[in-house]
Design a protein around this ligand. Structure first.
Ligand SMILES: *Cc1c(COP(=O)(O)O)cnc(C)c1O
Length: 489
């Protein structure tokens, strides 16, 4: 049998240079592609061979297929004309940090399996506590600490596990979910009607049951109503349930609404309920002192999460999760099989991040975040956030000044919810025409029973001229539709 033909370091050098060159060219060209991929379902697979190759192929052939097959099937998240969902920032330093993480090939499940992987992560997350204006109790040098996870969904799930363990006094981990002899109380969870679907998914995964998730009513600005939260908690207590967790959102996905953290936090303190804060998108904004008001009251939080992989120039995946009391998290998740025993763990002097999230194995993700923070510096990161916020404000001003369009929610950091006054069907057609044109990409939501268009600004390449062009095209396309002549293209 022949040996596997590993890539030699010299071949790697050659292929690597070619690939870096291809990525740099992509950065230069991304603006020219239709933002939303225009391919039909199945058309990418049609161009791939039915079976895997029996013999290895030259890397140049793979690169060729990137251009011919893969790129046409991409939706270009890094395009300056990408305004859909929330941004998913990529940046040079983050790409290089990810590459280095792959190049070192480290698996950081325990401190002992690569001390630098753990200590850099702990340290950079302590840095971010300061940069983002988070409470000092989240620092690893106090009773808390931060960890990098893959997504906000995973962090929210982890918070639910810790909250479940605390509220059941350990009964669920020992005996399982549900009431009965030796089992814990029925546990309930609260979040706003406009919270992310990740909460519901988490409640299903941890086995609390959707019946025990309360979707609390929101006010006219789509933020959680305090009176509704209080009465939901009181009703559950009266029926014998134990409230386990409130998940407050700072910047909902639909409209960027901000739940009143301070008032929610005071209720959680009084009721002894775990407060988790989901600031997946808007959390990046608090690097600017002028946006710290978003997290007023966060000192009451037991856990907090945000995604540098959305708006803070760090490639997917990179989510940050902090807890105020790391013991509560570790108690909920720790197991120690014989094959993982080691002297460092037993000394109690180190962090073993396997106890801070669901998987065992973990990548060296701190590298890319460290590269980003060092490349941009806090002032560079602030400029990025400020420019997005300013451009969104500019767009909102055009909507306000127009006769045909109106704002559908208060403008949030980097996000504008708006609609044409003609109603749902018109707005749907308008959005479809715009997205089919390839010139920009927008998505929608529903607020107050009505279809609403969302313009989220935050791609690193987006400049004033792109937002101006987007507004011009939106207004012209709407005019074309209104007069029945079809979209201007
Ligand atoms: C995007 C988003 C999430 C989900 O983020 P993932 O990292 O993809 O899991 C959760 N909550 C809010 C408010 C979001 O905007």
């Amino acid at each position: 049998m022949d040996d596997a033909t590993h890539m030699t370091p010299d071949e790697f050098r050659r292929c690597g240079h070619a690939l870096i060159e291809r990525i740099a060219r992509y950065m230069e060209e991304v603006e020219r592609y239709p933002v939303l991929s225009q391919v039909e379902p199945g058309s990418i697979r049609e161009r791939l061979p039915p079976a895997a190759p029996e013999h290895g192929e030259p890397f140049a052939h793979v690169l060729r297929d990137i251009d011919e097959i893969i790129v046409p099937g991409l939706t270009h998240w890094q395009s300056p004309n990408f305004f859909a969902y929330f941004p998913a920032n990529a940046s040079g330093p983050a790409i290089l940090g990810d590459l280095l993480s792959s190049g070192l090939g480290v698996q950081g499940m325990l401190w002992a399996t690569s001390p630098a992987c753990t200590e850099l992560e702990t340290h950079v997350l302590d840095w971010l506590v300061g940069l983002l204006g988070l409470p000092d109790r989240f620092r690893s040098t106090a009773a808390g600490g931060g960890v990098i996870q893959d997504t906000a969904s995973s962090s929210t799930l982890t918070a639910l596990l810790a909250a479940r363990e605390r509220a059941s006094a350990g009964a669920v981990n020992e005996h399982g979910v549900g009431s009965g002899p030796g089992r814990g109380p029925r546990l309930t969870v609260y979040t706003s009607r406009h919270a992310h679907s990740a909460i519901e998914k988490g409640v299903k995964i941890v086995g609390l049951g959707r019946d025990n998730l309360r979707l609390v009513d929101a006010d006219a600005g789509h933020a959680m109503r305090i009176d509704a939260l209080e009465s939901a908690i009181a009703a559950d207590r009266a029926s014998g349930a134990t409230p386990a967790m409130v998940c407050a959102t700072v910047g909902t996905t639909s409209s960027g609404a901000v739940d009143p953290l301070r008032a929610i936090g005071e209720i959680c303190r009084r009721e002894n309920v775990w407060l988790h804060v989901d600031a997946a998108h808007a959390g990046s904004a608090t690097i600017c002192p002028e946006h710290r008001g978003l997290i007023d009251g966060v000192e009451h939080a037991d856990s907090y999460t945000f995604n540098p992989h959305k708006w803070l120039l760090t490639n997917f995946d990179c989510n940050c999760f902090w807890v105020a009391d790391r013991a509560a998290l570790i108690d909920a998740l720790s197991v120690l099989p014989e094959f993982l025993r080691n002297r460092a763990t037993e000394s109690g002097e180190v962090i073993d991040y396997r106890d801070w999230h669901v998987p065992l194995g973990r990548r060296f993700r701190a590298l890319k975040l460290w590269f980003v923070v060092r490349h941009y510096g806090a002032d560079g990161l602030r400029s990025h956030v400020r420019r997005s916020v300013e451009l969104a404000e500019w767009f909102a001003a055009q909507v306000r000044a127009s006769e045909e369009f109106e704002l559908a929610a208060p403008v949030s950091v980097g996000l504008v919810c708006f609609r044409h006054r003609e109603g749902d069907a018109f707005n749907q057609t308008l959005m479809d025409r715009l997205n089919q044109s390839g010139a920009l990409y927008l998505t929608h939501t529903r607020l107050d029973e009505r279809l609403v268009l969302r313009l989220a600004v935050g791609a690193p390449a987006t400049r004033r001229e792109h937002v101006e062009a987007a507004w011009r095209r939106i207004a012209e396309t709407a005019r074309g539709l209104a007069t029945g002549h079809g979209a201007v293209s």
